[in-house]
Design a protein around this ligand. Structure first.
Ligand code: SF4
Length: 97
């Protein structure tokens, strides 16, 4: 199970990240360079891109306002944009991403 989400969240059992190192999806406690962050996030997004529960994961992260990490293929900054654009036309949300 990933990052302390309740065991009742069954979609997590089908996530591609289930058996991967969570450090790929979350920033380190210590700082990381911009290049390191981009590389880590790109690798995490590659995993998410073929995940069968990507939509559920992103929806959960948005609903629970997950502050850190790549969830559903989006970084924390990208989720803030999506959350800030709720209620706007979907094309604008995609364009902002
Ligand atoms: S979308 Fe990404 S973070 Fe979410 S369950 Fe799938 S692989 Fe894990």
């Amino acid at each position: 199970m990933r990052c302390g989400v309740s065991a009742s969240v069954s979609w997590q059992d089908r996530g591609r990240c289930r058996d991967l190192d969570p450090d790929l999806f979350f920033p380190p406690v210590e700082s990381e360079s911009s290049e390191q962050r981009q590389a880590r996030e790109s690798a995490a997004k590659a995993v998410c891109s073929a995940c069968p529960v990507r939509a559920e994961c992103l929806s959960w992260a948005l609903a629970h306002r997950e502050r850190l990490g790549v969830w559903g293929g989006l970084t924390e900054r990208e989720r803030q944009v999506v959350a800030g654009n709720r209620g706007r036309h979907p094309a604008r949300v995609v364009a902002a991403g």
